[in-house]
Design a protein around this ligand. Structure first.
Ligand code: TXA
Ligand code: MG
Length: 319
């Protein structure tokens, strides 16, 4: 039996299977099995009212999960699936409350990773999958990260190497009214707007618990993380070092000359590359056991919106 066939059999048996997607690794369970879904919440330590994204093998499965599917949905699916876009639609009555958090909507996406797609085709159904990290932690972008986070709580981890995109999918709410981006991702508003014929709005409810990824206390490493304006980085680093603190710095350039108590990690000046590396870098810097992680704030450009969002939350969550 291939690994994918074994993984699909485990899903059918109600077990948890972690699998790679192009964004981050997902912690998968049969979206039609309440007991399997309960295992996701237990393994993550995640509050039960937080809804889960259902992963589908292709857009032809949409009607099993959603109703009131508009023409815009078809256009977006044709343009971006498989890919890093999650659509929030009106739920089909058969979708379990454990998936939707009791809401009348459901999040759906077709991930763009060969192993994920093989698994979803072999399983031939919806796979509920949050990011495969403990609640509030940094999302995993390698199989090793998943093992560190969840260990024995998962029956199998499919290893597809490092995730290409590196941060979570863009979440677009199409469940009524104006299309709204609830969570920015590397698939940006301009690309979505070009397909919709007008730019989407951005969610005004970023702190609402219905999008758990929007809670401030998310994506946080264990070491306190401070986001610092690039112009202030040298002074902030010098002050921390003068106070005898050990610091890790993620910035395009070293803020001070070599210092025994400073580790500098060179940050990419390219937003896509920065996103690709971000969570692995945060894990590495966290593992150094420094007193503080300083991150240079990224440019205030649209291309950096999703990265800036995750960094802001990491800083807020680490306090
Ligand atoms: O890239 C991704 O989206 C990854 C990979 C594994 O696909 N998944 C992911 O799942 O990031 P998760 O659970 O870590 O984050 C999904 C976010 C959560 O904040 C959840 O609250 C929100 O999507 N969500 C899911 N269904 C929703 C719904 N019906 N309405 C509003 N928010 C929803
Ligand atoms: Mg998550």
């Amino acid at each position: 039996m291939t690994n994918v066939a074994r993984a699909a059999a485990l899903l059918r048996a109600g077990e948890l299977v972690a699998f790679p997607t192009e964004t981050v690794y997902g912690l998968g369970a049969d979206a039609g099995n309440p007991r399997a879904i309960a295992r996701i919440f237990a393994a993550k330590g995640r509050p039960a009212d937080h809804p889960l994204i259902v992963h589908l093998p292709d857009a032809s499965h949409l009607e099993r999960w959603a109703v009131d599917i508009s023409a815009a949905v078809g256009k977006l699916a044709a343009a971006f699936w498989p890919g890093p876009l999650t659509l929030i639609l009106k739920r089909h009555p058969s979708v379990l409350d454990a998936i939707t958090g009791g809401q009348d909507t459901v999040g759906l996406r077709v991930p763009n990773h060969p192993l994920a797609l093989q698994l979803l085709r072999e399983f031939d159904g919806g796979v509920a999958a949050p990011s495969a990290n403990r609640f509030g932690h940094v999302s995993p972008t390698t199989a090793a990260h998943v093992r560190e986070e969840l260990g024995d709580a998962v029956a199998m981890i499919l290893d597809g190497g490092p995730c290409a995109v590196g941060i979570e999918s863009t979440i677009l709410d199409l469940s009524g009214g104006e299309p709204r981006i609830l969570r920015p991702g590397m698939l940006d508003a301009a690309a979505i707007g070009a397909v919709l014929g007008r730019p989407p709005a951005f969610g005004g409810e970023l702190n609402a618990p219905r999008v758990s990824g929007s809670l401030e206390a998310h994506y946080a490493p264990g070491t306190p993380l401070q986001l610092v304006a690039a112009a202030d980085l040298a002074a902030t680093a010098a002050k921390a070092l003068a106070a005898g603190r050990r610091i890790a710095v993620l910035a395009p350039e070293a803020p001070v000359h070599v210092h025994q108590k400073m580790v500098w990690s060179a940050a990419s000046a390219d937003a896509a590359q920065f996103a690709h590396e971000l969570y692995a870098r945060l894990r590495e810097l966290d593992a150094l056991g420094c007193d503080l992680i300083l991150v240079a704030a990224p440019p205030a450009a649209e291309a950096w919106r999703a990265v800036a969002d995750r960094l802001r939350r990491a800083a807020a969550g680490s306090k």
